[in-house]
Design a protein around this ligand. Structure first.
Ligand code: HEC
Length: 166
């Protein structure tokens, strides 16, 4: 009896699953790195970097998730400095978001250190995760395009609203 229920559930939920494999958040990804983990395991990092990580996580998830920085290909301190300057300009334009000087410095320190550990020392591991994310991103883009197409089709099928004017 139970098996039948399970089978029935599987059959009826399959089309729904096939239709939307990704969450709305995943579908909004702008870069492949948005699709990676939003947190880093910093338990083996020096205490100072663990504190910087907390500041980074709070400061750099105001507009996008921390995944964008954690899984991005950026590595060098110079690159991080340059990009965070750009984020700073964005923050000034967006009400409610803020990156102050100390927070920016803590984020740069953390990202430069973390990039060495996870992206440089473990180069092969990071490269493998990067290719997985790129494949996933291609699939997200395909799903996004398909959903968009379905929405466009629906719009065409809906009759124009009656306005009283002929
Ligand atoms: C005020 C909103 C805002 C905040 C706060 C913010 N970002 Fe961004 N970030 C953006 C936007 C918008 C983009 C999209 C690309 C662009 O406009 O530069 C972006 C893109 C990025 C990218 C990808 C750039 C690329 O071209 O590959 C990285 C990496 C990044 N942000 C890191 C950070 C870090 C690190 C912090 C914290 C210091 C941060 N962001 C804080 C808005 C923000």
């Amino acid at each position: 009896m139970n098996t039948i229920i399970v089978l029935a559930l599987l059959i009826f939920s399959a089309p729904v699953l096939a239709q939307e494999r990704f969450t709305p958040e995943q579908r909004e990804a702008r870069y492949y790195y948005d699709l990676g983990p939003k947190a880093a395991d910093v338990t083996s990092y020096p205490k100072e970097q663990q504190e910087n990580y907390q500041i980074f996580a709070k400061t750099c998830s105001q507009c996008h998730t921390s995944a964008r920085a954690l899984n991005s290909p950026l590595v060098s301190r110079e690159d991080w400095r340059r990009f965070i300057k750009r984020m700073h300009a964005r923050a000034k334009m967006r009400a409610g978001a803020a990156i102050n000087r100390e927070a920016a410095q803590a984020a740069i320190d953390f990202l430069a250190y973390d990039s060495q550990v996870r992206k440089v020392k473990d180069k092969a591991g990071f490269a493998a995760r990067t290719s997985e994310l790129k494949i996933l991103f291609a699939e997200v883009l395909r799903e996004r395009a398909r959903i968009q197409l379905e929405e466009d089709k629906k719009k065409v099928q809906e009759p124009a609203p009656y306005t009283g004017v002929k």
